[in-house]
Structures are given as C-alpha cells and as structure tokens.
Design a protein around this ligand. Structure first.
Ligand SMILES: Cc1cc2nc3c(=O)[nH]c(=O)nc-3n(C[C@H](O)[C@H](O)[C@H](O)COP(=O)(O)OP(=O)(O)OC[C@H]3O[C@@H](n4cnc5c(N)ncnc54)[C@H](O)[C@@H]3O)c2cc1C
Length: 393
C-alpha cells in the first residue's frame, strides 16, 4: 500500500526544518526533501536576531559563535561611529553547521529527511498531493514549499523574473582578527608584540554609501569574518567592485593566508502583496514565500515566524480535514507581510537620503536604541515609522 505523509516539506533550511520539527513533535508523519546533501554551504552573513533565536523551539547555544552588542557604523569607510547596546542585539552562526543541526533536531523529533533529492514537480488531487523528485514520487495530504529563494515553489507558483529581489554577495574570510581601525578604541584588545588588533568578538561593521540601495557588512564568526554586500540586482557590478576593493584593505582585518575563500551570490526575495502564499493543500514559507526584509536583507526571523504560523494552520487543517489555508494567508498578512511592506517604506526613505539619516542615527541615540529594540523584537518597524510620523499604511 502506498504511504501517505501528513505533510511533505520541500527544503531543509531553517523554515523547512523548524516546521518539520514542530509537526513531528505533535505526532504528524512528515517527510522533508532537500536537493543538497547536508551539511551544505548556504550564502548568508549568519546574523540571527535575538527575536528569531527566541522562537527556535530547542536550545541552540552550541551553534552560537558571537554575541553582538556593538555596531561599528561607517560611510564609505569614513565618518565612523559606534553604537553600543547593553543587551545582545544578535548572535552569529555558521549556516553550514546551524542548518545541519536543525535537520538533526527534525530527525530526532521523528521527521523522515531525504537529502540529495530535488523536488521537480507537484500535482494536487482532491484527496492528496503527489510530489515528484529525481528519484521517485511521494504522496501527502499537504505540501509545504520551504525551498528558498530560487527553489521549486517560488518558480512554480510565481513569475520568477517578476519577483522583487535583493542580491547579496558574501565571502567568508579566514582571519586572525579585525584590523586596527575597528579596535582603535579598545587598546586592551591589541596584541602588543605584533601590534595587531585581536578579534573583536562582540562587534559587527556596517558600511553605508557604497551603493545607493544597499550596505556592506562584516560579521565575525569564530575565526572567520563574513564580508558581504547587498543591494538591487541591477547594481550587481557596482556591488561586486565595491566589495572586492573593500576586502583588500588591510586596515580592516588581518587575513589568515593559510586558508582559502571565495565570493558567493544569492537572491533574497522580498514579496509583493499578490505573490503566492497558499492554495488548496499547499503553502509556502520562508524565502520561498518571499519573506525577505527589504531594509536589512535578513530572512531568518520571518522564516522562523512563518514556520510557527504554518504549523498552527497545518495542525488545524489536518484536524478539521479542511485544506484551504485562508487562516494562514490572514495571519501571514498581519504578522509578516505588513512588516515587509514597512521594511520597503523604511528602505526607500533611508536609502533615498542615506547621508541625512546616517547623520540622524549618529546624533540621535534614541533612534539608534529604537533600531536595537527592533532587532531584539521589542518593537516593530511600524512602531518606529509611526513614531517618526513619517507615514502610515
Ligand atoms: C548574502 C546573504 C546574506 C544573508 N544574511 C542574512 C543574515 O545575516 N541574517 C538573516 O536573518 N538572513 C540573512 N539572509 C537571508 C537568509 O539566508 C534566508 O532568508 C534564509 O536562509 C531563509 O531560510 P529558508 O529555510 O526559507 O530557505 P533556505 O535557507 O534557502 O533553505 C532552502 C532549502 O531548500 C533546498 N532546495 C532548493 N530547491 C529545492 C528543490 N527543488 N527541492 C528540494 N530542496 C530544494 C535548498 O537546498 C535549501 O537547503 C542572507 C541572504 C543572503 C543571500
């Protein structure tokens, strides 16, 4: 007799693994399919906001490399200022190991995970979904598309070319430490003998002004620094040029020449209101649903929040044998899409007058602290926009 899974999830990134974990913990029969073999590299700066980490339903302490409390801001490497917060703003993780850890947790909870198996097609019948891979076919009651920015789901249900996107370039540089520039105010961190500044564990660097709608980042991860830059896809050449000039500057960090690294690129989809979210027996989560933040380019928070919302909708659907997912659309609209729209507004406002807002944050500690509270989940974009009385939607 053919096996029918309660849920088949395409993609074992954070959104797929966490959804799988939550469903399996509740006793459902779940299959996760991923085209890659794990552990696999994922293009990502590896910054996970505190509010996102808090929503992970198990302990992730073993995965945290750095606890970030300090942001070193600069405009084209000049006009620096440091923003410090008295509580953690985010953690850094290594996505290769982190995602592998999440998959293992999903397996421990009871998920069947098949890696190295790409989802190629899907058909929806009245009583089931049939998922076709390179190796065979699987039957389920529900299909969850969690297969990321360029995966099966986003392409199957949208006109992929028309999806709004940010492009991100990232290189993980093996380092001995940040360069002198970023440790100047922390003499105690300097290695007196070599006069090199040691790794500044609690700081990230954000450099604005290199391209119009985007920024460059340096995030520490143990003995590596994730250096990257995001922006509009049509500015790809400028982004690559700025990033490669930046990482050649030896004042910024001291490279460990013994190891190699290379630049990778990936899209971050930022959904428009009418992009696909769900239909009969199908729902999309994470990057596959276009949950990227237009201002920061982050996606982990919305991916994890989306998995929780998807979990309660799937649970309800299976209990009531009703597979329309209207409640999923509604909840995602109010808890995620609205904030993505605010992130678009903030992005347009900030990047159209970058210099003005840069100065404003530099001078106005209250504004910096409001941004910190967003990262910690104590405030939302809409609170900040409404407070600034810029616009209401
Ligand atoms: C350069 C860059 C830097 C970023 N930095 C940050 C950051 O610091 N913080 C942050 O919060 N976010 C960041 N993001 C965004 C973040 O990486 C994503 O939002 C997040 O990974 C989304 O998780 P997901 O599970 O939805 O998708 P993914 O993590 O992309 O997982 C999707 C999975 O689906 C699999 N898959 C794809 N196609 C198929 C198929 N046909 N069949 C089966 N499996 C398939 C893939 O192999 C993958 O394992 C960054 C993105 C980029 C590009």
């Amino acid at each position: 007799m053919k096996e029918i899974f309660d849920v088949i999830i395409s993609g074992a990134g954070p959104s797929g693994s966490i959804l799988g974990y939550l469903l399996s913990e509740s006793g459902y029969n779940v299959l996760i399919l991923d085209k890659e073999n794990f552990p696999r590299y994922k293009v990502c700066a590896g910054g996970i906001q505190i509010r996102a980490a808090k929503m992970i339903p198990f302990n992730i302490d073993s995965q945290i490399h750095n606890v970030i409390t300090r942001i070193h801001f600069q405009r084209k490497s000049k006009d620096d200022f440091i923003g410090e917060y008295d509580q953690p703003l985010m953690y850094t993780i290594d996505r290769k190991n982190f995602d592998d850890y999440l998959v293992k947790k999903a397996v421990e909870a009871g998920c069947i995970v098949k890696t190295g198996e790409r989802v190629k097609e899907l058909t929806v019948e009245r009583n089931e979904v049939i998922v076709f891979t390179e190796k065979g076919r699987y039957y389920g009651k529900i299909f969850a598309g969690s297969d990321g920015a360029g995966g099966f789901t986003i392409r199957k249900f949208n006109n992929f070319r028309k999806i709004r996107k940010i492009i991100g370039y990232e290189i993980e540089i093996p380092v001995l430490g940040y360069g002198k520039k970023y440790c100047a105010d922390r003499k105690e961190n300097a290695d007196k003998k070599s006069n090199l500044a040691l790794f500044d564990k609690d700081s990230v660097v954000i450099d604005f002004g290199g391209v119009k709608y985007g920024y460059l980042w340096l995030f520490p991860k143990n003995k590596r620094i994730s250096a990257g830059m995001g922006g509009l896809p049509e500015k790809s050449r400028e982004i690559k040029k700025y990033l490669s000039a930046f990482i050649k500057n030896t004042d910024f960090f001291i490279i460990n020449e013994k190891e190699e690294s290379q630049v990778h690129a990936h899209f971050i989809p930022v959904r428009s209101r009418n992009d696909f979210i769900s239909s009969y027996r199908i729902l999309a989560t994470g990057d596959a649903a276009g949950f990227g933040d237009a201002f920061t380019g982050e996606g982990l928070y919305n991916a994890i929040l989306g998995s929780h919302i998807a979990f309660s909708s799937v649970d309800k659907a299976l209990k009531n044998s009703s597979f329309e997912f209207h409640d999923y659309n509604k909840k995602v609209s109010s808890e995620i899409i609205k904030n993505i729209e605010y992130s678009m507004i903030i992005s347009k406002i900030f990047f159209s007058s970058q210099y003005f807002y840069y100065k404003l944050i530099k001078k106005n500690e209250k504004l910096f602290k409001s941004c910190c509270r967003i990262l910690r989940g104590e405030k939302t974009y809409s609170d900040v926009v409404n407070k600034l009385k810029l616009i209401k939607i």
